[in-house]
Design a protein around this ligand. Structure first.
Ligand SMILES: [Zn+2]
Length: 370
């Protein structure tokens, strides 16, 4: 089944939207958050546990899967869904971001990026065509174009040069796509320069993608800049296609992003924080190792109905954390992923009930602003 996006409803008080993506592996209600499954696993959780948190779609990292175990191996074994036993939708990134952040001795040319593996030092050449070939072998439902993630800070001329390369590669990625079942999204770069972001939109849209992402955000720039990009650029993207804010973010970032018209988010925050004992709740962020939880027999969050909160106390989770037990990571991750999924469900319900602006104002006030 080819990819489709249905815009169900537009909010009257903001640019927020309620929608639905139909993919080869099922329907995804938007706005949606995608937990990150870097190595073909959302760290510490089984697919059943990921699903029980309310997850609709996960993200897989092309760079890691390409280097280990290799996309051809995964293809031979029936694709990424079968390999990791996740039957719901998967979005894969292009591998570009990790090449820039993890790859050693990387060199960007007009045709792609040459880098050495962070695992064994072997040399690789990732081209736009290769990024699509890898993602088609993985069999994800949504593929991303190879782009150059402009670092922060970057001068206007550096950013312009980088943007031109991203546009060139976007055309090559679009042309390389052979799969009819997999969607491909274009990425809007342009760094912190709104004029370049607008130029990117004008150049990327005519190529014709199934969805559009704002990339190069959350790369160290001040939060206000990320917010101003989301606010100014999201409305310029086609209304009838999904919009994805890459690598964002905190619960407050997500609520704000939705109000700008963003439909999709991904971030390592809920899973990474969980592994470090930082837990999200409706009233506060909990550092589970705090002494005040030593004899606390209450759940992480009284209002949470996740497996962890229904069955375990803060005192027990604190004990597991200090003992370095694997179960600490499992239980904490279940709670944090569930928290994010519940937040997105609350956002969708508020949009349904025409109360999103009220929800947003109350939520951001509680979080202490954006
Ligand atoms: Zn919970």
């Amino acid at each position: 089944m080819p990819f489709e996006f249905e815009l169900i409803k537009k909010d009257t008080g903001s640019s927020a939207r309620l929608g639905r993506m139909i993919t080869a592996h099922g329907t995804v209600n938007t706005p949606v958050f995608m937990p990150v499954g870097t190595q073909g696993t959302v760290k510490s959780l089984t697919p059943e546990q990921i699903k029980s948190c309310g997850t609709q779609i996960i993200l897989g990292n092309t760079y890691h899967l390409y280097l280990r175990p290799g996309h051809e191996t995964i293809k031979k074994l029936g694709g990424l869904h079968k390999f990791m036993n996740w039957t719901d939708p998967i979005l894969t990134d292009s591998g570009g971001f990790q090449v820039y952040s993890l790859g050693k001795l990387r060199k960007i040319t007009a045709d792609g990026v040459i880098f050495r593996s962070h695992i064994d030092g072997s040399k690789h050449f990732l081209t736009p065509q290769k990024a699509v070939e890898i993602q088609e072998a993985l069999g994800s439902d949504i593929m991303m174009c190879l782009d150059e993630c402009t670092p922060y800070p970057a001068t206007l001329s550096e950013t312009k040069k980088s943007l031109d390369l991203t546009v060139k590669w976007a055309k090559l990625c679009r042309a390389a796509k052979a799969s009819t079942e997999q969607a491909i999204f274009g990425i809007v770069q342009g760094g912190t320069y709104l004029d370049l972001r607008k130029q990117a939109v004008e150049e990327i849209i005519p190529i014709g993608f199934d969805g559009y992402a704002l990339g190069g955000v959350s790369v160290g720039e001040p939060k206000e800049i990320m917010y101003s990009i989301a606010e100014a650029i999201t409305p310029l993207l086609p209304e009838d296609k999904p919009r994805y804010l890459m690598g964002v973010g905190t619960p407050a970032d997500i609520v704000y992003g939705v109000s700008c018209g963003i439909d999709m988010f991904d971030c390592v925050i809920p899973t990474r924080c969980a592994r470090h004992g930082l837990l999200f709740t409706n009233s506060e962020k909990i550092v589970i190792k705090n002494a005040r939880f030593r004899e606390d027999d209450g759940p992480i969050d009284e209002t949470c109905d996740c497996y962890t909160c229904k069955n375990f106390s803060r005192a027990y989770l604190r004990h597991l954390y200090f003992a370095g037990e694997i179960l600490a990571m499992v239980l904490n991750t279940i709670h944090n992923v569930h928290y994010y999924m519940r937040l997105l469900a609350q956002i969708r319900a508020a949009l349904e009930e025409n109360s999103f602006t009220e929800f947003k104002n109350t939520f951001l006030k509680k979080e202490g602003g954006i």
